[in-house]
Ligand binder design. Sequence first.
Ligand SMILES: [Mg+2]
Length: 281
Amino acid sequence: MHSNSKKRRSFLALLLAADDVMCWSEGENEMVGAIAGDIIGSVFEHHQIKTKDFPLFHPRCKFTDDTVLTVAIADAVLSGRPYVESVREIGRRYPVAGYGGSFIQWLHSDDPRPYNSWGNGSAMRVSPVGFAFSSEDKVLRHATLTAEISHNHPEGIKGAYAVFLARTGTGKEQIRSRIAEEFGYDMNRTVDDIRPTYFFDVSSQGTVPEAIIAFLDSDSYEDAVRNAISLGGDSDTLACITGGIAEAFYGDIPKDLQEKVQDCLTPDLWQVTEAFCQKYR
Ligand SMILES: [Mg+2]
């Protein structure tokens, strides 16, 4: 990660002053966009598609592990509980949400420790941190805390960083260059470049940059989620990460999507989501 936080802060200040500051979405900060992405992508995780032309909410769509763990991080942010406690408590409430095998073992272990994962599980759950904290340093510190309870490789923090940049008015080209500069990702690709040779990939390195590019190539929240799913990969997680960033950038997602999310969630998951939305509005 970047070692010079002063340089980073001053660069961010420059970005905020730049002419192409496009969408200052303070006052509309929520996490419904990530959850809606997970729900919309849920039917395509094991039946990948390479098109943007699909019904937005398939009759069999449902929330998955991406939503459960995103809500768990939001719960920890709201309550001040350690991240590990919220993730294990809420994660155990939904034992068949779609977790990977190593995560299931970690969830039920008496002595949970990081298991050397480089998977996209830390990226799928981190968006609330990008919404909740007021400075770049705090976002990166808390994103690392959420990741390292289970992942030795905190790749997933990059998703939170993108949410923070999008939320604080940074233009798309600056988001592209900041992500490339900070993390060394190849961001000079388009969705159309990636799609033909992309395949199911649960690594963070093979999910987060593609999810960010799906957002960069979009003109709305819905377009961003359609881009993410059209890549034909780990669709619910791609759309969850893209959806969080897209909502941070474009502002509140359409009302009918918000209502659909509420319909799909259980009362306890919705309660945390609603409380988070109200606090970080
Ligand atoms: Mg999932």
